[in-house]
Design a protein around this ligand. Structure first.
Ligand code: DX5
Ligand code: ZN
Length: 209
């Protein structure tokens, strides 16, 4: 199980906190990007993110919670992330966005909100590298894990087996040392407040146990 740490809930200064996280046993830094339109909250500009991520050497997993997807891809691809994930609900031309990211040499993820079914993205599963199942409403950290998301994980797992698809399954929202135990079919868990609201090293050790 891979762990992607989200620093959404860290208060300033993020640079020191990122330096601290960089030394610990996490696989990715998960960057939550919000535009104040697709979701109510707004995170940093690309320039601000650019300054913050200088303090990490971990591979980057970008989660775009934005409406103007292509504009954000243009900016955030400059951070050389491993993955860029966009929201299925935010775009009309899904295949075109998939190809847009692929052509930049970056792995592509599609994220679905709690109210979106796996059946809605079925046509794209053969073309993507990651499916991000939201286990909370996108927009802020610290919410409770929605158990229903596990049905989607189950469906994605069996669809992958049956069709030899290559995507990894990621889950995001409300993951802690208890809820992670229910995620054995998940390949990558995003963890925000559970890590950042405690002693980082100890919290990560608890997740790994
Ligand atoms: C929520 C974000 C998450 C968030 C997770 O919209 O996508 O990545 O930071 O935070 P926790 O782990 O606190 O639910
Ligand atoms: Zn996220």
């Amino acid at each position: 199980m891979k762990i992607a740490a989200s620093f959404l809930d860290i208060k300033e200064p993020k640079c020191e906190e990122l330096t601290k996280l960089d030394k610990l046993d996490i696989d990715y830094i998960h960057l939550d990007v919000m535009d104040g339109i697709f979701v109510e909250n707004k995170t940093y500009t690309y320039e601000e993110f650019y300054d913050i991520v200088k303090f990490t050497t971990k591979p980057k997993d970008i989660h775009l919670m934005v409406s103007d997807v292509k504009k954000y891809i243009d900016d955030f691809s400059k951070l050389k992330p491993d993955y860029i994930t966009f929201h299925f609900e935010a775009v009309s031309e899904v295949s075109s966005v998939i190809n847009y990211i692929k052509n930049l040499g970056i792995k592509v993820g599609i994220s679905i909100k709690p109210s979106t079914d796996v059946s809605e993205i079925i046509d794209y599963l053969d073309y993507i590298d990651l499916v991000l199942v939201m286990s909370v409403e996108p927009g802020r950290g610290g919410q409770a894990f929605m158990e229903d998301s596990l049905n989607k994980v189950e469906q994605l797992y069996s669809l992958r087996e049956k069709n030899n698809y290559n995507y990894i399954i990621e889950i995001d929202g409300g993951i802690n040392d208890e809820t992670i135990k229910k995620c054995e079919k998940v390949d990558m868990c995003v963890v925000g407040s559970f890590i950042t609201k405690g002693d980082y090293e100890e919290r990560i050790r608890k997740l790994r146990d």
